[in-house]
Ligand binder design. Sequence first.
Ligand SMILES: Nc1nc2c(ncn2[C@@H]2O[C@H](COP(=O)(O)OP(=O)(O)OP(=O)(O)O)[C@@H](O)[C@H]2O)c(=O)[nH]1
Length: 508
Amino acid sequence: MAPAQDIVIENLLKALSRTIMLAEGNDSELDKQLQNIRANLGKSQEPEVLQQTLQMLEPMVLKYDEDRLARAQAFRAHLLLLIDTIDALPNIQLPAPEKKQLESDIRKSWQSASHWPELLAQAIKLSSNALKNPVSQSKSHSLLGRFFRRKDTSETNNSNQSDIMSHVSHTLAALLTNISLPEVYRDQLLDIQKALTGNKDLNHLPALLDEVINLIMVAVGKTQEDLTTYLSQLNQQLASINASILSNYKAQKNMSSSRKDFSDTFMQHVDSTQTDVRNATDLDALKHLIDERMHTITEAMTSFQDKMQNQEKQAAQSITQLKNKVNRMEQDANQLRSNMQEKIAQALSDALTGLPNRAAYQDTIFPLLTAAAQTKQPLCIAICDVDHFKRINDTWGHLAGDKVLRLMPKQVQSALKKEHLVYRYGGEEFIVVFPMTTLDEAYQYCDKIRLAVEKTPFNMNGDPISVTISIGVSLFNGKESHDELFERADKNLYQAKEQGRNGVIRDN
Ligand SMILES: Nc1nc2c(ncn2[C@@H]2O[C@H](COP(=O)(O)OP(=O)(O)OP(=O)(O)O)[C@@H](O)[C@H]2O)c(=O)[nH]1
């Protein structure tokens, strides 16, 4: 094969191998097959290998597509069931226009996984509003009071509530079975499903709903949908590249067979001329014969040269086309990679404060704990919770509350070093991770945070108001689970609240 074509095929196989690598990490069965394909690609550089690869890829892409559709159908069915379940509850009526709008949005967007979080968030908002405003006054307490307020734990055993809990929880758990998540999130997914189906306490529902949305965001961050579309595109591009390579390969074969034909014809002419010369008796006739043979040979050579030039031109053209196709494929792969990175970054950051969110915290804390256990270096976490935040919302409005939350990272970070990691964990709660920091040091930093917040006059409609924060700090003991560490920090935070707020409590 011509060296230029070798290089193109080598690049093509490299690009194919890289793009297949991109598709990995979505489905363990698919991963196995893709890894096999990559191993085979590494062993040979023949066009036939490429063709076999394409034949193997096609059914996989089709199956992936079918699975995706089945998941989307199940998602739609469960979401509609969730809405109907809420709507069918006694004293609860979803406002008809919003419900209609949501149903229409579901009809429009159910197939696209990137819209799922939005649809789910819309359904949850609609349900929560309806639960907040029961149609009859016969219910003495707002259900939402318990549904969406964490600390009000009274009267949770009424039968309507456990009905709601059971319906909503089971439907949400079913919704989650349709989300295809990377393997590392499997345990988290199982935990949430277990918590949803086993939980009898309505007060835990908001936190669980948060987790559900976070998980969906992570799933979308992996851009299943983009990958599927991309894989189909890739399949088409590869098919067209493969056709070019095969036709190129054939052209090369034709060229060598033309060369062979020419050399056979040439040898035949030389042989027969030699025989004729040997048998010739008349010089004039011999001269004439040689002239004639020379003419035939020249003609054959000219036609051969024309043919070769033509074929070489075609081969050069198709190699250029091939290079362009390979370049386009690489560009598409790069584009997809940066889209994926962007979406993952979006899924891991909190829109209001710009801080990394709870999913980001979960992504980082486990490797940090493992490293701390191995290196025996100290690590602390602190849970920071704005005091009486509900009062701020109630007095100054929700937007003012948002403003306080937006300003909070600056105050918190002003007290910290760049190696300390700050996350918005949810609501008015922030978490700081202190790698390689002793409990004493972490306590000092937390007290600085507390002071920085206390000193900041948050401006509300021109009036400076004072905001304070309570913090619970705990030190990782090198052996315990994350949950144990977290619970201790949460308990310390609770104590700080109990002792009058605006304080920091650490492990004993
Ligand atoms: N403005 C705004 N409010 C939020 C946001 N997330 C949660 N909240 C509100 O934060 C309030 C938290 O209230 P609680 O958990 O009762 O606690 P608190 O009023 O801060 O009281 P303590 O923690 O006991 O000091 C609730 O009213 C939530 O509605 C948000 O993103 N923006």
